[in-house]
Design a protein around this ligand. Structure first.
Ligand SMILES: NC(=O)c1ccc[n+]([C@@H]2O[C@H](COP(=O)([O-])OP(=O)(O)OC[C@H]3O[C@@H](n4cnc5c(N)ncnc54)[C@H](O)[C@@H]3O)[C@@H](O)[C@H]2O)c1
Length: 386
């Protein structure tokens, strides 16, 4: 794969359009295919407007030069001469498997096929193909042109030689690739779960209200957004479904259990910012609740959520989901955490982190709070993660 590789993108929605823009700006010819003409038309107009703006800001020399690299098409056959095809259609396994099956008939035997799925098994998608060894996951983050991280995910069938080639290509596109094992949520969507679920749990227990939890995580924790603000921003249709998918995919491990508070928001259609109401009310004139700026309580909230996040990262390391370096890169570059969680653990002290988890486990007697064996081992002598 090099600059001469024609890149095909299936799905011209938020992700497909973003990835297409990245590939075109890196110098590739790009075929953007969608089976919905209206979506395709919108994508073409948006692409033109985005590139125009980048030109005005001096970020690119010529919008037209990049636009000329695009073919927008509602015919899948147009992808026939692509060397790499990235699928970014709806998150539905059956639909994705059928598209992969179809695309394989269009392209030549050298073409690499990738999925941008957030939560589905790459192995299962690859199994729909006659040549599953050419299939992998390339998981970009939203918005793709701005977020540096790409999770590169080999399926168990993937030809191992393709992974370094994909990594190099992503670097050429200006991205930061990390390698993730094909397990539910890959790195980011697995490790980040407690940021949301533990925050909701603290609220449900009446320990603190949303505004106070958000305040603790931004002011004390240094996160860019508090969990409730962030969930409202992502949208509960997306965030809740990812939680539910990760939970069921992990054979109902209680560590990933979704909450009723968030499920009810989804049922009510209170999807967050996009619908004007979620945990918070965004309608005009509505007052935002004020946090109780109690440092002692804030520290308790922050340490509880942080301990849960670190435990997830450590357990992912223990189970070889990714290397320590990639785990920390993923959380800082994929979801803008102020520090990598393993580095954060080193700074806080492995012993302190374990003590927090064991305190929670002792109080609740819930499997949700079980510490990873790797954290327990590192806590002996307060060893650091490297
Ligand atoms: N939105 C995010 O934050 C995000 C982040 C990372 C990964 N993802 C993943 O990326 C994928 C796409 O998400 P999105 O947010 O861009 O969705 P989207 O709804 O914005 O766009 C999906 C597009 O795919 C098209 N499409 C649907 N079925 C098709 C088919 N059979 N053939 C061709 N085109 C088809 C639709 O017309 C639509 O334009 C999903 O798998 C999602 O899980 C999303």
């Amino acid at each position: 794969m090099d600059k001469n590789t024609v890149v095909g993108i299936i799905g011209s929605g938020a992700m497909g359009s973003g990835i297409a823009q990245v590939a075109a700006m890196a110098g590739h010819k790009v075929v953007l295919y969608d089976n919905n003409e209206t979506a395709l038309d919108r994508a073409g107009k948006n692409m033109s407007a985005t590139l125009q703006k980048l030109q005005e800001k001096g970020k690119i020399a010529s919008a037209d030069e990049i636009l000329n690299r695009f073919t927008f098409s509602d015919s899948i056959a147009e992808l026939g001469h692509c060397g790499l095809v990235i699928e970014a259609i709806i998150e539905n396994l059956d639909v994705k498997r059928s598209v992969f099956n179809e695309i394989e008939l269009m392209v030549n035997s050298e073409c690499i096929l990738a999925s941008n799925t957030s939560s589905l098994s790459i192995t299962s998608i690859a199994a729909a193909c006659k040549n599953p060894e050419r299939v992998m996951g390339l998981h970009f983050f939203n918005p793709a042109p701005l977020m540096a991280l790409v999770e590169v995910i080999p399926a168990i069938q993937t030809d191992a030689a393709l992974i370094p080639a994909a990594k190099t290509l992503m670097q050429q596109w200006g991205k930061i690739p990390v390698i993730a094992k094909d397990t539910p949520g890959f790195i980011v969507n697995r490790v980040a779960r407690p940021f949301y679920s533990e925050a909701i749990r603290i609220m449900e227990e009446g320990i603190a209200d949303m505004a106070t939890i958000d305040w603790a995580m931004t002011e004390i924790g240094g996160f860019r957004m508090g969990p409730f603000t962030l969930m409202d921003y992502i949208g509960h249709d997306v965030n809740y479904i990812v939680t539910e998918t990760v939970f069921t995919s992990f054979f109902y491990d209680p560590r990933y259990k979704p909450s009723f508070s968030q499920k009810r928001l989804l049922e009510a259609g209170w999807l967050g910012r996009k619908s004007g109401k979620g945990f918070y009310n965004y309608s005009e004139g509505a007052a935002m609740p004020e946090p109780t700026k109690d440092m002692e309580k804030g520290k308790l909230i922050y340490e509880r959520i942080l301990a849960m996040l670190i435990n997830e990262a450590v357990d992912a390391l223990y189970l070889n989901v990714a290397s320590a370096a990639d785990l920390d890169l993923a959380m800082t570059k994929g979801v803008n955490y102020p520090k990598g969680l393993l580095a954060w653990c080193n700074e806080w002290g492995t012993e302190n982190c374990l003590a927090k988890l064991d305190e929670l486990y002792h109080n609740y007697h819930e499997d949700r709070y079980r510490a990873s064996i790797l954290l327990r081992k590192h806590a002996i002598g307060n060893k650091k993660f490297v």
